[in-house]
Design a protein around this ligand. Sequence first.
Ligand code: PGA
Length: 250
Amino acid sequence: MKYIFGNWKMYLNLKDSVDLAEKLGQQEFDFNKINLGVFSTALAFAEVQKKLPEDIKIGAQNVSWTPQGAYTGAISAWLFEEAGAKYALVGHSERRYIFGETNDIIRKKVEGCLEVGLVPVLCVGETAEDKAENKREYRLKKQLMKVFEDLDLVGKKIMIAYEPVWAISKGGQGEACLPADADDVMGWIKSELKQYTDQGISVLYGGSVDAGNVVSYVSLDTCDGVLVGSASTKEEEFINLIKEVEKSLS
Ligand code: PGA
């Protein structure tokens, strides 16, 4: 069983989101092989959900941690859960580096999700500078430690997405992270997590995944699935990508 999560970011407007959801809903995917989820803009949430079969889950791209109150512009994990979300991306690099989210904020968001039963998908990854300065492990260690230290996970589920920031596309293709490289890091993350929990935590890979390279990642034992950005917003590409994964698992 592999996860395929489509992070639609702010690529699609309401109509395009609903159209894509409808096309996905018309496909016959094999849900014994894949866990499929899409992360649409919050504004399209209700309409997207109406087009999706129950087996395709919906998730929040970002949440705020306080459930309700005087927080202008915020949408809480609680509100997303009420709206039908199962998952929430937390700490995506675009939130960290464009919107200035710190590890402390990310920790609160993870706790906010866990409290209301949303599964946080904690995104971690080193920047190009970190990599150039040989600080990959340092960065990942810190991102994991700040969230997992003394985190109560009893009866709760959390997931990780390893997304090297330098490999994430900005519309076009990012720099490719070689599967062997991703394999090493995901294996390292899994062993690092053992000091915090004995729960088996799923680790996804993300960064310029497309229909052509997805199997090279999901075929890795360390890789429980993929978080796909740009390629998940293009109907044919995304459907092909899902089918490639299904084929590889037969
Ligand atoms: P990408 O984005 O697939 O467009 O590189 C991945 C992500 O940021 O989640």
